[in-house]
Write a protein that binds this ligand. Structure first.
Ligand code: NDP
Length: 327
């Protein structure tokens, strides 16, 4: 038996509770992992609240991230004792996830934890931090250089935003934090933001197809009206990496920034990202994300707090990264 946070469905209503689950109930997979930590991401907030039709069958064990030690493996790539992490691949959505002391998964979904990183550190990064790195890699591949100019990070106080700022600053870029919580200015400056922009003032006035050229790049966790505004303010030939939809999934824009300024809208997906790119991104995280900054942006909570925190993250009330200690 192992302890887990279980979601049940009764008359269309989703409830979450701590339960003892039988090992025999674990899904199919060739690797069994003793989980140390999981995390709380925006998507976990949606899943625990039964939103977005992300989970297809109940009872379900959520948790889109996990890190721990291999207990059993019938795959030659992993052996008992190996430290591993997992993000994405619809784990925690279609497959049981990390809010449990034990998980059974496919070997191809696992990434070895980089040398020098603990299972805690890996989860302090989690899906949000990994995705921030994917966004920065994409911007660099489209020409972003440390002397290019200001890089706007939206949803700055959240998980993706906080990690993006810390990595950009450490690499010598100039991250500018766009936030709805200007009360977090000291926190964001501490991570390395060179300037704070209030979301309210950023969205002031009627948007125009082309506005003054301002940004050398952008990591956008917000979508909606914010992304539309970013597109019209990108400098000639520059790019925005579209990561999230915390501000809404709709994008209303014109083709003008693309036609007249040659800007790029880069889509970022962390769920089905191929293994080779994952390892590249994790190696960059291990190299370029200062661990003191990571720890400063990370809080830890027990499994029993997940339902409360799942509501808080949907309201934009969680700052930085949240690690869930499942042990
Ligand atoms: P968080 O909730 O930690 O961060 C989101 C941030 O967005 C908040 O902290 C807040 O920042 C801002 N925000 C919240 N609500 C609104 C709103 N209504 N309008 C404008 N801004 C808002 O989430 P994560 O960092 O975990 O994820 C961010 C987004 O990225 C989510 O939409 C998530 O689904 C997506 N995502 C996508 C992935 C992919 O593979 N493409 C992977 C990981 C995440 P502030 O208070 O500073 O304004």
């Amino acid at each position: 038996m192992f302890r887990a946070l279980r979601l049940d469905e009764t008359d269309g209503r989703i409830t979450a509770s701590i339960a003892e689950v039988d090992d025999n109930a674990l899904p199919e997979g060739d690797v069994t992992v003793a989980v140390d930590y999981s995390t709380l991401n925006y998507k976990d907030g949606m899943i625990v609240n039964g939103l977005g039709k992300l989970v297809r069958t109940y009872p379900h064990i959520p948790g889109i991230d996990l890190a721990g030690t291999v207990e059993e493996s019938s795959n030659p790539r992993f052996k008992p004792g190996d430290k591993v992490l997992l993000t994405g691949w619809h784990v925690g959505e279609r497959h049981w996830g990390g809010y449990a002391e034990r998980a059974r998964v496919k070997a191809e979904w696992l990434t070895p934890i980089p040398e020098g990183m603990s299972t805690f550190d890996a989860m302090a990064v989690g899906t949000a931090g990994f995705t921030a790195m994917l966004a920065i890699l994409a911007l660099e591949e489209h020409g972003l250089r440390t002397d290019s100019g200001d890089v706007l990070v939206t949803g700055a106080s959240g998980g993706v935003g906080s990690v993006a700022i810390a990595i950009l600053a450490n690499c010598g870029y100039r991250p500018v934090a766009l936030t709805g919580r200007t009360s977090e200015a000291d926190y964001l400056t501490g991570l390395g933001a060179v300037e704070i922009v209030a979301r309210e003032s950023f969205l002031e006035g009627d948007p125009r197809p082309l506005e003054a050229e301002r940004w050398a790049g952008s990591v956008d966790a917000v979508g909606g009206a914010v992304l539309s505004r970013v597109l019209s303010q990108l400098r000639y030939g520059c790019s925005v990496a579209a990561v999230g939809l915390a501000g809404g999934p709709k994008l209303e824009t014109t083709v003008m920034p693309f036609l007249l300024r040659g800007v790029n809208l880069l889509g970022i997906d962390s769920v089905q990202c191929p293994a080779e790119r994952r390892e590249k991104a994790w190696a960059r995280i291990a190299r370029d994300l200062p661990m003191d900054k990571l720890r400063a942006m990370t809080h830890t909570a027990p499994l029993g707090d997940v339902p409360r925190l799942a509501n808080a993250i949907l309201k934009g009330e969680v700052r930085g990264r949240m690690v869930i200690d499942v042990r």
